[in-house]
Design a protein around this ligand. Structure first.
Ligand code: AMP
Length: 212
């Protein structure tokens, strides 16, 4: 679709087109039309302010549409545009942050509580037999949108999805070592420390990073 962006420099038009190209194809025409109906000064201000595009920040700012399901001061839930099954919901913090580990404790709590309600509701509404909650961090883990989000995916028998993984083998020593290292490095929460005697034995084990 050809749309004129009046009153902008060629660089600004190029920047807008580059941002639009990052949106899902189904949303590009309507987003382009909406942008073209804005005044040049509004567009200039928006592109200065927004910087690199984040599609979920744009949804949170109501700059692009989404099928909203739930919203409070910090949390947003909307339907995934490419659902794995009917009722596939994404739950995100409104604040831009890339990884689960960047969430503030209060945000994390609010998201988890909202997800309980959302999962409970969507499972009933679509008549699912179960559901998965998936959350990916980093490209290596399959994260496409770098704004932390949880997937709630209703499941049905015969839906063809599988989230199974292959199993890796580790020795008892490797299990014990990694258990001790993780427990030692926990920064908060109730630690479940390995027994003292076991811990002394563990210290004798030469560290070897297992190949995952
Ligand atoms: P992930 O691979 O965990 O980063 O998942 C990103 C998800 O965001 C995918 O399932 C996409 O279908 C979904 N998605 C991307 N853009 C939009 C959008 N504008 N509205 C709704 N869902 C989106």
């Amino acid at each position: 679709m050809f749309v004129m962006f009046e009153g902008l420099t060629p660089e600004e038009v190029k920047a807008i087109e580059a941002e639009l190209a990052k949106l899902p194809p189904q949303q590009q025409d309507s987003a382009r039309q909406r942008l073209a109906s804005m005044r040049p000064e509004e567009l200039k201000a928006m592109f200065k302010k927004v910087g690199p595009v984040c599609v979920f920040c744009k949804i949170a700012a109501k700059e692009i549409p989404a099928r909203m399901i739930y919203e409070d001061a910090d949390v947003l839930a909307f339907l995934d545009i490419n659902p794995a099954n009917i009722g596939h919901i994404l739950v995100t913090p409104k604040r831009h942050t890339e990884f689960f580990t960047d969430l503030r404790d209060e945000e994390a709590k609010k998201i988890i509580v909202a997800m309980k309600n959302l999962a409970n509701t969507v499972v009933k509404v679509v008549g699912a037999e179960g559901f998965n909650i998936l959350q990916s961090n980093g490209k290596i883990a399959g994260q496409e949108v770098p704004h932390v989000h949880f997937h709630i995916i209703p499941r049905f028998s015969g839906d063809g999805h599988s989230f199974a993984w292959s199993h890796k083998k580790f020795s008892d020593e490797e299990f014990a070592k990694i258990q001790a290292e993780i427990v030692k490095n926990l920064t908060s929460g109730k630690k479940s420390a390995p027994k003292a005697k076991k811990k002394r034995e563990l210290e004798k084990i030469k560290p070897r990073i297992p190949k995952y």
